[in-house]
Write a protein that binds this ligand. Structure first.
Ligand code: ADP
Length: 314
């Protein structure tokens, strides 16, 4: 597997002492969609900033296509494109003029650029509106043009920073379909940041869960889920939840991967049967209500590791 992005012990401490990124390691392989998933303030944007040479690392190394972001910033920068949350296309120009302008900026030869614009506008479904002024585009069409713009220079890596934040549900779905389409292409390596778990699960080949500047888990969504087993027991407990958790631990029901949010205790059951778990609750003398079992989701993986629900994080 070819490595597109390589990150080793990468750190960023901002002036004033905020340790935004505390020494992270990961590789992104060519052709994969890699997700950085974490609550606000986790350090995702800072990481993207270092990889796109807008934020200078405090220590550690990062390279794109083999070029180090600190010692070879121009070459490293030319390996990637970024789609930001805010629009960067010029509303007064046509879609085509925007793409051509960007191609010129990146030194793409005109004949290549023309061909690339045709290909990308067809791929992203904007070929029929490409000669219209961007001011008249719908929100979804403009987002697709933003992605086409980023791809004109044929980057090794496409960075998508919170690609669907603030979009209405229909445009969001449209955009997710576009990203899923890009994912199927072997020549596309995508790094995206998100705090939406459904997005990560749907789009990413591998996900790094980032919490307070550190990567606390890195794997495929399926493997991250598999760690929690087939079934979870969830219950509300009266009194001290951590005492209840310890009691269930002492009865062999709750392991280290059980977690507490408010008064709710969530216990991956692994090999323990529901019947045994209920008996243990009884024997421990816990006053429990709303007892239910369900299959784990990526939300559980995230909650356990970051202590924040996806809804809170958003
Ligand atoms: P995320 O993208 O995961 O929301 P960020 O990388 O934006 O996280 O932020 C990580 C931490 O660094 C936060 O505590 C944030 O307040 C801080 N931070 C981000 N940018 C700056 C900056 N330019 N100066 C000082 N602190 C910053």
């Amino acid at each position: 597997m070819t490595t597109a992005v390589s990150v080793r012990q990468l750190k960023k401490t901002y002036p004033g002492g905020v340790e935004a990124v505390k020494g992270i390691d990961f590789d992104v392989y060519a052709g994969e969609v890699f997700g950085l998933l974490g609550p606000n303030g986790a350090g995702k944007s800072t990481t993207i900033g270092m990889l796109t040479t807008t934020v200078l690392p405090t220590s550690g190394t990062a390279s794109l296509g083999g070029y180090d972001v600190v010692s070879r910033p121009l070459q490293a920068r030319s390996m990637s494109s970024v789609v930001f949350q805010e629009a960067v296309v010029d509303k007064g120009l046509t879609g085509r003029a925007n793409l051509q302008l960007h191609a010129d900026l990146w030194g793409v030869r005109r004949e290549h650029a023309d061909q690339r614009v045709e290909e990308l506008s067809a791929l992203l479904g904007i070929d029929e509106i490409i000669d219209r002024s961007v001011g008249g585009y719908s929100g979804g069409q403009r987002r697709r043009l933003e992605i086409a713009r980023a791809l004109v220079s044929n980057p090794l890596v496409l960075f998508l920073d919170e690609p669907t934040v603030g979009l209405d549900p229909r445009i969001r779905q449209e955009l997710l379909d576009v990203i899923a389409l890009l994912r199927r292409r072997d020549d596309m390596t995508i790094v995206l940041t998100t705090h939406y778990l459904d997005e990560a699960q749907r789009l990413c080949d591998r996900v790094a869960i980032v919490h307070e500047g550190e990567i606390v888990a890195l794997d495929t969504p399926t493997k991250l889920l598999a760690r929690l087993g087939d079934q979870l027991l969830q219950l509300r407990v009266e009194g001290d939840v951590t005492v209840a958790l310890a009691a269930l631990g002492a009865h062999g029901v709750a392991a280290a991967d059980a977690y507490v949010i408010g008064a709710t205790l969530t216990v991956p059951l692994h090999d323990v049967s529901v019947g045994d778990a209920l008996r243990a609750i009884d024997q421990a003398g816990l006053s429990a209500s709303d007892i239910s079992t369900r299959q784990p989701t990526l939300d559980d993986v995230y909650l356990r590791l970051t202590g924040a629900s996806a809804a809170q994080a958003a």
